[in-house]
Design a protein. Structure first.
Length: 361
C-alpha cells in the first residue's frame, strides 16, 4: 500500500471512529478546544472521495456510474432487505425498531434519509454519496465540454452550493424531497476540497506539525468559543444556528486537523507495525461494512445485557428493557461513560466479522 493511500486509509478509520462516538453520544473531545464531531466528521469521507476521484472517468461516464452503482448500491439494497426482514421479524418479539417491510422502504426511503429499518441507519451516507457521485461526474463532463474544467471554478461552484443550501435550510426551505439535493449540496464543498487538496494543495502541505497542529487547534477553539451550536445534521440538513459560512469553516478545520493526525499516525504505525497497524488499516479499509453494521453491534451488546437481566445478573438490573425494544441507539452504562467502550468495540468488531464472513463466501 502506497504511503498516501495508507495515510488516507488511516484517515478513514479515524473518521469512522468519530462517527461511532457520535452515534453513542460520547463526546470525549467535548472539554477540549477541538470542534464537535457533528460539525465535520461525515465530510471527511466526502473529502476522501473527492481526493480519489479521477476526472478522466468522464471519458466512460456510463461505465463509471454503473461501477459506482455495483460497488455502493447493490450491497446496500441487499443489506437493506436483510435488515428489513430482521426488523419485521423482531416485531413478533415486541420490538418497535424500524419501519414496514415494503417497496418504499426497500428502494425509495434509502434516498430519503436511510433510516427506514434503523439497523442500517448509519449507512444513510451510501445512497447520498452515490447520487452525489452521479451528479458530480455529469457536472465535470459538462464543464469539460464547455472548456471550464478548472479545479478552482469547480471548487467555487461547489462551495457556493454548500453555502446556498445552509442558507435555504436556515429559512426552512429544505424539507421532504428537497433534502435529496440538499444532502448533495452539503457534500459538494468537501468533495471539491478533496480534489483541490490532491491537485493544488498537497505539494505545499509541508508545515511542521509543531506549528500546524497548534494553529488548527487555536482556530478551532476560536470557532467553538464564538459560534455556539456548531453541530448540525448532514443527513437531515438541519441544525444550522450560526452563519451560512460556519459549516464550511468547521469542515475545513476538522479535515485539516485529522488529515495531519493521520499523517503522524502513518509514520508511527509504520515504525510499530504488527497487529495494531493491521487492525487500523483493516478498519480503514472496511468503513462501508462498519457504516452498514455498527448499529447491529450496539444491538448485539444490548441483547447480551437483556439476557443477563433475564438471568438476574445483579449489575444489569437497571437495564432499560423498554429502550432496548425501541431505541437502536440506547446504551447501558452501569459504571459510567467508560462503559460506552463496549459499544465502540462491538460497533467495529461485529461489522469486521460480518465482512470477513462475506469475503470467505
Amino acid at each position: 500500500m502506497k504511503q498516501r493511500d495508507e495515510q488516507f486509509t488511516i484517515l478513514s478509520a479515524l473518521a469512522m471512529l468519530l462517527v461511532i462516538l457520535g452515534h453513542i453520544n460520547w463526546d470525549i473531545l467535548g472539554k477540549s478546544p477541538l470542534l464537535p464531531y457533528y460539525s465535520y466528521h461525515v465530510m471527511i469521507f466526502v473529502f476522501i472521495s473527492g481526493y480519489f476521484f479521477k476526472p478522466e472517468a468522464t471519458d466512460k461516464m456510463l461505465e463509471y456510474i454503473w461501477r459506482k452503482f455495483k460497488k455502493l448500491m447493490v450491497p446496500y439494497f441487499i443489506w437493506n432487505a436483510v435488515y428489513g426482514l430482521l426488523a419485521w421479524g423482531l416485531r413478533f418479539l415486541e420490538f418497535e425498531i424500524g419501519g414496514d417491510f415494503n417497496l418504499y422502504n426497500l428502494f425509495l426511503a434509502p434516498f430519503m434519509g436511510g433510516h427506514q429499518f434503523m439497523f442500517n441507519a448509519a449507512a444513510w451516507f451510501v445512497p447520498a454519496l452515490f447520487l452525489f457521485e452521479v451528479v458530480n461526474i455529469i457536472i465535470v463532463k459538462v464543464l469539460k465540454i464547455l472548456h471550464f474544467d478548472n479545479e478552482y471554478i469547480l471548487a467555487a461552484v461547489y462551495i457556493f452550493a454548500g453555502v446556498l443550501v445552509v442558507a435555504l435550510a436556515m429559512r426552512g426551505s429544505v424539507y421532504d424531497y428537497y433534502k435529496i439535493p440538499g444532502r448533495m449540496m452539503m457534500m459538494a464543498p468537501a468533495f471539491a476540497l478533496g480534489r483541490l487538496y490532491k491537485i493544488k494543495i498537497k505539494q505545499y502541505d509541508t508545515m511542521p506539525s509543531v506549528i500546524y497542529i497548534p494553529v488548527v487547534v487555536l482556530l478551532s477553539f476560536v470557532m467553538v468559543r464564538t459560534h455556539p451550536g456548531l453541530n448540525y445534521s448532514a443527513v437531515w440538513v438541519t441544525g444550522f444556528t450560526s452563519t451560512v459560512f460556519t459549516p464550511i469553516v468547521t469542515m475545513i478545520l476538522g479535515i485539516a486537523f485529522w488529515l495531519r493526525i493521520s499523517k503522524l499516525l502513518y509514520m508511527l504505525l509504520s515504525k510499530i507495525g504488527g497487529e495494531v497497524r493491521r487492525f487500523v488499516l483493516r478498519m480503514g479499509s472496511n468503513t462501508y461494512a462498519i457504516m452498514m453494521h455498527q448499529l447491529l453491534g450496539f444491538f448485539f451488546v444490548n441483547t447480551i445485557y437483556a439476557i443477563m437481566r433475564y438471568l438476574n445478573v445483579g449489575f444489569v438490573r437497571l437495564f432499560d428493557m423498554s429502550a432496548y425494544h425501541s431505541d437502536i441507539y440506547y446504551t447501558f452504562e452501569p459504571g459510567g461513560e467508560i462503559w460506552k467502550l463496549v459499544y465502540v468495540f462491538a460497533g467495529i468488531a461485529i461489522p469486521l466479522m460480518i465482512q470477513r464472513a462475506c469475503e470467505k463466501e
